[in-house]
Design a protein around this ligand. Structure first.
Ligand code: SF4
Length: 386
C-alpha cells in the first residue's frame, strides 16, 4: 500500500468515509494548474523560511529564487503571499519564551495509528513544552478552518510521536496560513493527551477499515475532493433524499423543514455540478449517458490579431478615440498596484465599506447575524414626539 492512501491531506475523507480510501488510491491522480501553482508557492515559501530560520546564504537564496521565478506559473503576488507566510512564522516563533527548534518540510510518521501513515509538515516549532504545527495553503477557493482539522491533527500526531523522545510536549498548537483568503492565520490548539485520545478513538479504527477498503460509505463535505464524487452511489442516495419533500405536509413547509431543505439543497447543488462534470467527461470519452451528449458551448468572437483589426478599422474611417475606452481602475486594482500600506496612507480617507447585500449563510458562518426586525427600543423611539 502506498503511503499516499491514508495521507493527512485526505484524512477528513477517509476518516468519515473509510471505503473511499482504496477507491481514490486506484483513481488516476489529476495534476491541475492549481496543484502545480501550489507546489511552486510552497517551494518559494520554504526557501524564504530556510533563509530566515536555517541560514541559507544570500547568494544561494537569490539564485534559487531566481530559478523559481522562471517557472511559467510564477506570479508576482506569490512573492507577497509567501512573505505573509514568513511573517506568520516569525510571529509564531517569537511567541515562544526561548527560540524554538524549527524544522521545515519535515516528514512525520504516525504509523502507530495509521497503516503506513506519514506526511510532510510545512513547518514545526518545538520549545517550552509546546509543539507548533504550521501549514501553508496557497489555494483561495476554500477557506480552511483549523478547528479539529484532521490534516493538521495528523501532522501534529506524527510530530508528537517523532519528537516526544527528545522534547516534553504538553500542548499542540496549529496554524493554517492561507494568505490569499485572509491575512490572519486560522489557529487551534489541543493538549498532547487529547490528540492521542483522538488518534486512538477516531483515527485508528477508521484507518484500519480504510486500509482494507471496508467500512460504511458516508456523504459529506469531504466528497468535494473524492475521485468518484460525480458517480458515487452513496452520495446519490443521500442527495435524492430530497424527494421526500414531495410527499410531505402540503401546503407549506415549516421552518425546520425549510432549514433541512436548504441544507440538502446546497449539497444537491454541489453534487449536481460533480455529476455534470462526470457525465461530460464520459460523453467526451465516447461513453453513453442516455439522453445526454457533449456539444460545443457558446463561443465569444475574438480578433485574430487586434493590431491589424484596428488598423483596418482606422482605414475604414473609425476615429481613434472610438477604438479605446478610458475607464477608472477599481479600488482593489489600485491597491494591488500601489501596495497595501501606501494605498492606506494615501487613500484610506476616501474608502468606505457599505453594508453588504443581505445573504443567507449557514449558522457556522463567522459573520454576525443581521435582521430587519425592530426592537422594542426602536419602536419606543419611533413613538417619541421629539
Ligand atoms: S463521494 Fe463521498 S460518499 Fe462517495 S466514496 Fe467519495 S467520499 Fe465517500
Amino acid at each position: 500500500m502506498s503511503h499516499a492512501i491514508l495521507s493527512p491531506s485526505s484524512a477528513k475523507r477517509w476518516i468519515n468515509c473509510p471505503p473511499s480510501a482504496l477507491i481514490n488510491a486506484e483513481a488516476p491522480q489529476q495534476d491541475t494548474v492549481y496543484t502545480r501553482e501550489g507546489t511552486l508557492a510552497h517551494a518559494v515559501a520554504e526557501l524564504k523560511a530556510r533563509k530566515y530560520f536555517l541560514g541559507v546564504g544570500p547568494r544561494k537564496y537569490a539564485a534559487d529564487l531566481k530559478k523559481l521565478k522562471t517557472d511559467e506559473l510564477w506570479q508576482d503576488e506569490m512573492d507577497r503571499h509567501t512573505d505573509t507566510y514568513l511573517e506568520v512564522l516569525k510571529d509564531l516563533a517569537a511567541a515562544f519564551p526561548e527560540p524554538p527548534h524549527v524544522a521545515l518540510e519535515v516528514q512525520v510518521n504516525f504509523s502507530e495509528y495509521v497503516p503506513e501513515g506519514f506526511g510532510t509538515a510545512d513547518c514545526l516549532m518545538i520549545g517550552g513544552n509546546v509543539l507548533q504545527i504550521v501549514d501553508f495553503k496557497y489555494g483561495k477557493g476554500v477557506d480552511v478552518d483549523a478547528v479539529e482539522n484532521p490534516q493538521m491533527m495528523l501532522y501534529a500526531l506524527g510530530a508528537l510521536l517523532d519528537y516526544e523522545a527528545i522534547y516534553d510536549i504538553d500542548l499542540v498548537r496549529m496554524a493554517i496560513v492561507q494568505p490569499r483568503t485572509k491575512a490572519e492565520p486560522a489557529t487551534w490548539e489541543i493538549s498532547a493527551e487529547g490528540l492521542r485520545r483522538w488518534a486512538g478513538a477516531v483515527v485508528a479504527p477508521a484507518a484500519a477499515l480504510a486500509a482494507k477498503g471496508k467500512g460504511e460509505f458516508a456523504e459529506g463535505d469531504w466528497c468535494r475532493f473524492c475521485a468518484i464524487r460525480g458517480s458515487c452511489r452513496a452520495r446519490a442516495g443521500a442527495n435524492t433524499a430530497l424527494e421526500d419533500f414531495g410527499m410531505k405536509l402540503p401546503p407549506e413547509l415549516n421552518n425546520e423543514e425549510v432549514a433541512r431543505a436548504l441544507t440538502l439543497g446546497q449539497r444537491l447543488a454541489s453534487w449536481l455540478s460533480d455529476l455534470q462534470d462526470y457525465a461530460l467527461r464520459a460523453c467526451l470519452e465516447g461513453r453513453e449517458i442516455p439522453g445526454f451528449k457533449a456539444v460545443e458551448g457558446r463561443s465569444v468572437r475574438a480578433w485574430t490579431n487586434q493590431d491589424d483589426a484596428f488598423n483596418a478599422a482606422r482605414s475604414a474611417g473609425v476615429p481613434e478615440e472610438m477604438l479605446y475606452e478610458r475607464k477608472p481602475v477599481t479600488l482593489a486594482a489600485l491597491e494591488k498596484l500601489m501596495g497595501k500600506k501606501p494605498f492606506a496612507e494615501a487613500l484610506a480617507d476616501y474608502v468606505t465599506t457599505p453594508p453588504g447585500k443581505p445573504t443567507l449563510a449557514p449558522e457556522s458562518d463567522k459573520r454576525p447575524a443581521i435582521t430587519n426586525k425592530t426592537t422594542a427600543e426602536d419602536d419606543f423611539a419611533d413613538e417619541l414626539p421629539f
